[in-house]
Write a protein that binds this ligand. Structure first.
Ligand SMILES: [Zn+2]
Length: 306
């Protein structure tokens, strides 16, 4: 594959991932490049953007895309930690995904964020969503455990430990987001994987402190990315919420995980419109259904049946 310094030329390296170049659309910028897999998963790249659209979902990169002799390039860590996991169709299967730990964020002394319009706490919303998700997954033959099934506080480090003790195959932490004071507009869904080795966290504004020492959760960088993307796509498709992207952060609940895992921020409780939706049980059912569908996509994908 063609390298431009530390960067990789997209058009010269992407064929080996099963992607074929597509004509640009009239709405694309002159610098945009489009690709698609045989089964129709699109990749859209554009210069100066620090994210790609993959299968309709925004996936953040470590840095902005640049161009080399008129061709778009990605940093090599983005190639290995984003593109390879998401397009490596021949990737070996994991152990079967059967036992899933759902972690309703916050609880007990920690209410999480509070919806400013009706005072519902995030800890209530995450527990309710977790119970809905559990019911859907069990109906589909999965074994499901919750880190908490009532209003109790569990230490952040204990949450992945519960997954390890239970020999879980997958871990999903559920949260709702909030904006700063007097911001009642910010909305949308973010899905997080633990920051892979060699990449920086997306919430690090300078994007230059890359993760150097591997944590236990980094053993699953590849699968974390596939899981985050699978769940994020379903959430966007089913809710129509704003796409705030697949992101990376060093969350304590993901750091010591002994299995693939993600953390989902399924919308802003502080948004006048999205907050009202989140406080509606039928919307939380939609969130739960979407996460379940994403998990099922992930299982199908990692068992070698794309
Ligand atoms: Zn939270």
């Amino acid at each position: 594959m063609l390298r431009a310094g530390n960067d990789i030329v997209l058009s010269d390296s992407i064929e080996q991932l099963g992607l074929v170049s597509q004509p640009n659309k009239a709405t694309d910028s002159a610098d945009a490049e489009r690709y698609a897999t045989k089964n129709g998963i699109e990749l859209i790249a554009d210069k100066n953007r620090d994210f790609l659209y993959i299968g309709g979902a925004k996936v953040f990169l470590s840095g902005s895309m640049r161009s080399y002799h008129g061709k778009l390039t990605v940093q090599s860590n983005d190639y290995y930690k984003v593109l390879l996991p998401l397009f490596w169709w021949s990737q070996p299967p994991t152990n079967s995904v059967k036992r899933i730990i759902i972690d309703p964020g916050h609880g007990g002394k920690d209410p999480g964020k509070t919806c400013p319009f009706n005072s519902t706490c995030e800890k209530q919303l995450t527990l309710d969503t977790a119970l809905r998700l559990k019911a859907i997954l069990e109906k589909n033959g999965y074994e499901v455990l919750l880190t908490r099934d009532k209003d109790t506080w569990i230490d952040l480090d204990d949450r992945p430990a519960i997954a390890t003790r239970a020999k879980a195959d997958l871990f999903v932490s559920l949260h709702y987001n909030s904006a700063g004071a007097n911001d009642f507009k910010s909305s949308g869904i973010e899905t997080y994987a633990y920051t892979p080795v060699g990449q920086s966290s997306t919430n690090d504004p300078s994007r230059n402190r890359s993760q150097s020492s591997a944590q236990p959760g980094n053993n699953f960088d590849t699968f974390n990315m596939v899981l985050a993307w699978s769940v994020h796509r379903r959430l966007l498709a089913n809710t129509g919420a704003e796409d705030r992207g697949v992101r990376r952060a060093k969350f304590a609940v993901l750091r010591t995980l002994n299995c693939p895992g993600i953390l989902v921020e399924s919308g802003f409780v502080t948004s006048r419109t999205e907050g009202a939706l989140i406080c509606d049980p039928s919307y939380r059912q939609k969130i739960a259904q979407s996460v379940a569908e994403g998990i099922m996509d992930y299982r199908q994908r990692t068992q070698g049946h794309p």
